[in-house]
Ligand binder design. Structure first.
Ligand code: PNS
Length: 158
């Protein structure tokens, strides 16, 4: 059975880009664990509980996908659960250099392997930070996040 940690990240908030990668990982692996980073030194817009609740609602239709949270090193989270594989989305060349560095570090210190799915082109410009910035100034975000998340963003920023 192949288990992968998919899209480890802050998910502040989850975007359609994340969900695209999670859906495609769920079709490729037997089990998928989405790991939400809890970073006490970084104040998010949404609390960790809110980010997890939004994600859980969005992945409810995938029986082999679960959400978990982690602090510290991703490899420690993976090793504690006996998972040797991480699956991440690659949006553009600009992602590549940093992702390659992290993948090689994780391979060395884990050892945890990383595989990449290329982001679907319609989502390649999306990031949680940009979505928040657009939302903060009242721009349209319905193309970028699911309706439930758009609603939560509007409520949070109102
Ligand atoms: O959504 P983000 O915040 O851009 O995701 C970054 C993330 C979580 C993938 C990366 O920062 C990470 O893996 N952090 C956990 C700490 C860690 O393992 N650092 C060493 C990376 S080689």
């Amino acid at each position: 059975m192949t288990v992968a940690v998919a899209c480890p990240g802050s998910f502040d908030p989850v975007t359609l880009g994340h969900l695209d990668v999670i859906a495609r990982a769920s079709a490729r692996f037997d089990e998928v664990v989405v790991a939400v980073l809890e970073n006490p030194s970084k104040q998010g817009l949404f609390t960790i509980e809110e980010r997890i609740a939004l994600l859980e609602a969005e992945v409810a239709g995938y029986p082999n996908v679960t959400i978990d949270r982690f602090e510290g090193l991703l490899v420690d989270f993976c090793n504690a659960r006996g998972i040797g594989l991480v699956c991440k989305g690659l949006r553009a060349v600009s992602d590549f250099e940093y992702e390659l560095q992290m993948a090689q570090m994780n391979q060395r210190i884990g050892p945890v392997e990383t595989v990449f799915l290329t982001t679907s082109p319609e989502h390649s410009y999306l990031s949680s930070s940009l979505v928040k910035e657009v939302a903060r100034y009242g721009g349209t975000i319905d193309h970028a996040v699911p309706p439930r998340v758009a609603e939560a963003l509007r409520a949070k920023l109102s």
